[in-house]
Design a protein around this ligand. Structure first.
Ligand code: 0X9
Ligand code: ZN
Ligand code: ZN
Length: 260
């Protein structure tokens, strides 16, 4: 979805949800974001100023086949649903399939693993399409946000190496600002930091790939909770999670808007 005023060629923020099938709060957030954006434009000064100056691209569910599968067959499915002859195991982990240190670390070359990196970078059609879109629009895409769950983390590059990103201090400062904006609503605590040391080293992720392509403000959100319900976040937490996450996303967006 392309949220924009009239005219074109404006700088943009790209956000995707639902890269992992079972992380249901993620697509819920993208849907919430679009609703908030269109319904508060013109009344909320921050949203109005953002959309006056920037476009937002929202991909509500990247891994649509996997998401459907979690509704029909296996609630805990993570990967895509691609098939290949020679194995009965299905799918690859789309967040191990991007071309960023592909399959070198924290990923598996076993097609039956939940973190299977795929047969080659961008072998998954969902990954190929997103990567093509971002490559084609890299001149205007200034921020890349990808929404996962769970753990309450705000991660940024790198995850495929322990080396710090060239923009480490700025990325950390913005992440901490976004986390405190989020916490201000219901007191939900987030930890910020580079993926490799904050969650675990894992190559082939979309955040590292977008960053190395030149999209400086590249963040992975791990939404609620910290494990009590995990992927099975109760319905009663959907709205509060979306409300608090909006504050973090708007914080990052406002920062990007001011600093491009
Ligand atoms: O492992 C992942 O892909 C993400 N965690 S999740 O529990 N949602 O699966 C973390 C991704 C962090 N970034 C990279 N590894 N590039
Ligand atoms: Zn459009
Ligand atoms: Zn995930």
């Amino acid at each position: 979805m392309h949220i924009k005023k009239t005219g074109s060629g404006k700088n943009a923020i790209f956000m995707d949800c639902g890269i992992h099938a079972r992380e249901w709060i993620s697509p819920a957030f993208c849907q919430w974001f679009v609703k908030e954006a269109v319904s508060t434009y013109g009344s909320d000064p921050q949203m109005t100023s953002l959309l006056d100056q920037m476009d937002v691209y929202v991909l509500p569910v990247i891994n649509i086949d996997g998401y459907q599968y979690t509704h029909t067959s296996n609630r805990m499915w993570r990967k895509t649903r691609s098939r290949k002859s020679g194995t009965s195991c299905i799918g690859a982990d789309p967040n191990r399939n991007f071309n960023a240190g592909w399959c070198t670390l924290g990923a598996s070359s076993n097609p039956c693993s939940d973190t299977f990196c795929g047969y080659s970078p961008e072998s998954e059609i969902e990954v190929k399409n997103v990567a093509d879109f971002i490559r084609k629009n890299k001149g205007i895409i200034k921020a890349y946000l990808t929404i996962h769950s769970y753990s309450q983390l705000l991660l940024f590059p790198y995850s495929y190496t322990y080396e710090l990103a060239a923009d480490h201090s700025e990325l950390m400062k913005v992440a901490e600002g976004a986390s405190s904006a989020l916490r201000s609503l219901y007191g939900t605590r987030y930890t910020s930091g580079p993926g490799a040391t904050t969650i675990y080293p894992a190559a082939g992720g979309s955040d590292d790939w977008a960053y190395d392509l030149g999209v400086k403000y590249s963040y992975t959100f791990e939404l609620r909770d910290t494990g009590r319900y995990g992927f099975l976040l109760p319905e009663s937490q959907i709205q509060p999670t979306c409300e608090e996450t909006m504050l973090a996303v708007k914080y990052i967006a406002a920062y990007v808007q001011k600093n491009i």
